[in-house]
Write a protein that binds this ligand. Sequence first.
Ligand code: BG6
Length: 299
Amino acid sequence: MQLEALNQKFAIDNKVKIVNGKGNLTKVCVETPMASAEIYLHGAHMTSFRQQNQERLWLSPIALFQTDKSIRGGIPICWPWFGPHSTNPNFPQHGFARTSSFTVESIEENSNGEIAIAFLLTSDEKTRMLFPYHFELRVKYQIGEKLGIEIDTRNTDEQAFSLSEAIHSYFKIEDIRQTHLTGLDTTVYIDKLTQQEKRQQGNLSFDGETDYVFSKSNSELLVEEAGKTTLRINQQDGDSTVVWNPWIDKAKTMGDFPDDGYFNMLCVEAANTGDNLIIKPGESHAITQQISFSASTSS
Ligand code: BG6
């Protein structure tokens, strides 16, 4: 749909407009008294979420905005597999949703002033070459006092399918070395760097490359920066939480990630990484992450 038609259908006066973003890719801009946000149709990818003029997502200053690439930072949607494909190493890492062009299905303002946006991707010949099923994938955002993200998969095929997925949120932080993640004490995790299974003791702090897949934990996760809680993260219906920071050496191997970028970011991802998620024909499954932000250490 052209920009003019998109705006005619979905724009909300002074609050929501659809514009050409970087790389000539279309983005939805939201501006309300509670929060402002930017979401690209490419990947249904949120690249900015601001409250009180403070950016809360980390976006790489050298991110690529190209139809065949995922945007580095913000909130990539990994779907219908997380990490490398289980059998075909030539298939794209983290699935194809993050490099697919979504359509806007709906944009609404709720009675409390929140903006709810649903993006839709449906199966076609191209997706069936990578994932041989019919599906409807909805990525939904709730933009208000809190930020809500949902990945909602509907099986429109005649066969059941299994999938893995992640809401791969990159949070902007002041200093990774002064940051702790609480809420994972005693939780078992796989350290992807060594493939060892470990059990977390106390809060998680960071002093090197971190790539952990924690098994499901029900508690709220808190990001604490210099002793102050700056983010509260709640997630539902995922079997795991992924915590990732590439640190220096890995950052240097990534063309779209500045060498010192690791210092200001932390990924805390709501995910289904196991092989237990099976969706039957006609059924749906959703995973959510909800975040509330408090003033950061610099404010
Ligand atoms: C994390 C994975 O979710 O994403 C890491 O656990 C991976 O292993 C990271 O390196 C970034 O992936 P990508 O494909 O965006 O570079």
